[in-house]
Write a protein that binds this ligand. Structure first.
Ligand SMILES: *Cc1c(COP(=O)(O)O)cnc(C)c1O
Length: 653
């Protein structure tokens, strides 16, 4: 295929020029730039040490390096470092445009440099005492993400959003559960204590269903009332409310005290990441409270959600939160967040309150495509000018509704192109966070503008972790400063990945036609974002188990094998399955039939269809400099493999 066949996104030339400076590059092209930065800031760090108290003489003698023990230590260190460096050559080549496997790619230079430069200072973002600089950067990074999502991001506003970093999306999702439970159960505690002058709902069911907004309002009213009491009274009431909270009583104690209530359920789509299972276990709710809802066309079925909510209301089964996924891990599909938000509001007015959390660990940064530089939402037509098909109206509606959700998970270490581990949790109204604070949240002095920052400098009070990397926070903050989170700046990265996915999709269809004599190949559903799957079945085969074996054999050539040198691999891809619970049985059968498979052979171990999965993150999948399309090359490779396998040619060991 010729490069001219690719749609050229508007401003592609400018994007390409900026992209050239963004990464170390597949060939290490920007080595001089990174080296200059690393050396410059390492020296800068050393000067900082020397200038702290220059009058202190060096504690390590200048002759130390001549001592045999010193030299022996250095030799041992070098040997181990060489061994490590050699072993790391077997790493997964995330940087290469031949890597289209999992959710990783090259690292953004501003983030990598910021992280390397911060590491020797070793800040601990548990609190400002251990990280006077980077704690504030973390809180600001949370505000940068809030703006991208459409949440209020001005700390002067009393309902400003708040976000913090985590080790990854798993812990961010856990934080969402923790916060939602605190908010849901707090009005019940307040009611149990019977604080004078504060109106609480008439019974436990109503108190457990105020919904997040009213929960925040109640907790604010309580705090203001408490702080207006004389000190002795204040302490007494504080202790009484604390004693009645679910965080004190535990799940068992709380529901024992409120026998008309049951532990609340978490509603998530069936393709939800397994971190949700971990989260409900960790919180002590138990896996049985996680209810996985069916999907239609790979997206959460909003009608099924509505039916489930009706059932919950009818049977007095409380709901903690409904989770929508913005870019599923397996398929990159986008749930109808707008419908989930609408369901929350409708059910709220009928007495069933719950939070809406968006798991955007994968797709969160795609929101930059939908943001103008002034922070406003871009119309669908504006976004669409850069693409062939993206964003479908449903996808645009989902991103537009982000601003109305209660909290969001985003992973800077996925589509933020930053080092592991940095995930992020962002909630729409920071006042909810007071309920998570590990100490009584006493009034902070000073004007409102400093209050927000002053409060969150004690970050360790609010986060699930304790000690954590300030260097990771510096990386996220600096990257968002260099590439602001709107379509004109950071947006160029998701723009290239979505464009690459569209090119991949188009090329896959030509591949299918080219190999039609040997295999039935098909993109089973059009991609919502930047992950494209491919289903394959050898011509003449009708058996699902045999088709799965064929795809597994193909995938063998596309995966990391620690026993073999990296260079023998041409490309890296990944594999997943199509399941009836994600697709609906009718849709799965339609796809199977189109592939020439007999749906009756979906049985036993072959209850699902194995497919290839491709994550199109690398910025150089289309190398305009050399006129190479790695997408083309991938399909040429795949065609060759498919033909070899079909001829029964020996598979290289
Ligand atoms: C990756 C992912 C997670 C988990 O994030 P980690 O950073 O791996 O902890 C959760 N949800 C979704 C949708 C993901 O893609």
């Amino acid at each position: 295929m010729r490069l001219a066949d690719f749609p050229q996104p508007l401003g592609a030339r400018e994007d390409a020029a900026v992209l050239d400076a963004c990464f170390l590059g597949p060939y290490g092209e920007n080595d001089a730039l990174l080296e200059k930065l690393v050396v410059e800031f390492l020296r800068d760090h050393v000067y900082w040490r020397r200038n702290f108290h220059p009058e202190d003489p060096p504690a390590i003698p200048t002759r130390a390096a001549q001592q045999p023990a010193y030299q022996a230590f250095e030799a041992r260190m070098r040997r181990e470092l060489h061994a490590l460096s050699a072993a790391l050559k077997k790493s997964v080549p995330f940087h290469s445009p031949r890597y289209i496997g999992h959710m990783a790619s090259d690292l953004l230079l501003p983030g990598l440099a910021a992280q390397l430069l911060t590491l020797p200072y070793n800040p601990n973002n548990v609190s400002e005492d251990a990280a006077p600089v980077t704690v504030e950067l973390e809180v600001r990074a949370g505000l940068q993400l809030a703006r991208m999502i459409g949440y209020p991001d001005d700390p002067e506003r009393e309902d400003c959003a708040f976000g913090h970093l985590t080790s990854g999306g798993t812990v961010a999702n856990y934080q969402a559960l923790r916060l939602a439970l605190a908010l849901k159960a707090f009005p019940v505690a307040l009611r149990a204590v019977g604080v004078p002058d504060i109106d609480v709902p008439d019974d436990d069911w109503l108190a457990f269903n105020t919904g997040p907004a009213a929960g925040i309002a109640l907790s604010e009213r309580w705090r203001q009332w408490r702080d207006a009491q004389p000190p002795a009274q204040r302490r007494m009431w504080q202790a009484a409310v604390e004693a009645a909270r679910i965080e004190t009583l535990g799940i068992a104690g709380f529901f024992e005290r409120h026998p008309t209530l049951k532990p609340p359920r978490v509603l998530a789509p069936t393709t939800a990441h397994y971190s949700w299972s971990k989260g409900v276990k960790l919180l002590g709710l138990g896996r049985a409270q996680l209810e996985l809802l069916p999907e239609r066309g790979m997206r959460l079925d909003a009608d099924a959600l509505q039916e489930t909510l009706e059932r919950c209301l009818r049977r007095h089964e409380p709901v903690l939160m409904a989770v929508g996924v913005l870019g599923t891990t397996e398929y990159g599909t986008v749930d109808p967040i707008d419908r989930v938000v609408a369901a929350r509001d409708a059910m709220q007015s009928r007495g069933l309150g719950f939070s809406v959390h968006v798991d955007g660990a994968w797709g969160g940064y795609l929101a930059t495509l939908f943001r103008n530089e002034d922070g406003s939402l871009r119309a669908r037509d504006d976004v669409a000018t850069d693409f062939a098909r993206f964003p479908l109206p449903d996808v645009h509606a989902a991103f537009a509704a982000l601003a109305d959700t209660d909290s969001v998970t985003v992973d800077p270490h996925k589509l933020g192109y930053l080092p592991y581990g940095s995930g992020a949790f962002v909630c729409r109204d920071h006042r909810a966070m007071a309920l998570l604070a590990e100490e009584a949240d006493y009034v902070f002095d000073g004007p409102a503008s400093t209050r927000y920052m002053a409060r969150y400098r004690r970050l360790g009070q609010y986060i699930p972790e304790g000690s954590k990397s300030g260097a990771a926070a510096a990386a996220v903050y600096v990257t968002h400063r260099v590439l602001p989170l709107d379509h004109a700046h950071f947006g160029m990265l998701p723009r290239q990945t979505v464009s690459a996915a569209e090119a991949f999709h188009a090329r896959a269809q030509r591949f299918a036609a080219a190999v039609a004599d040997v295999v039935h190949a098909q993109v089973p559903f059009a991609p919502d974002s930047n992950i494209v799957c491919l289903a394959l079945n050898p011509v003449g085969n009708t058996d699902v188990a045999r088709a799965n074996a064929f795809v597994r054999l193909l995938h063998e050539e596309l995966r990391c094998d620690p026993q073999r040198p990296l260079q023998v691999k041409e490309f890296f891809g990944s594999m997943t399955t199509l399941r009836p619970d994600a697709l609906g049985i009718a849709e799965l059968h339609r796809i199977a039939t189109e592939l020439g498979l007999d749906p009756a052979t979906f049985d036993g171990d072959a209850d699902r269809l194995a497919i290839l999965r491709h994550t199109l993150m690398n910025p150089w999948l289309i190398d305009r400099e050399n006129g190479i399309s790695y997408i083309d090359r991938y399909f040429e490779f795949l065609e060759q493999r498919v033909r070899e396998l079909q001829r029964g040619a020996s598979v290289p060991a």
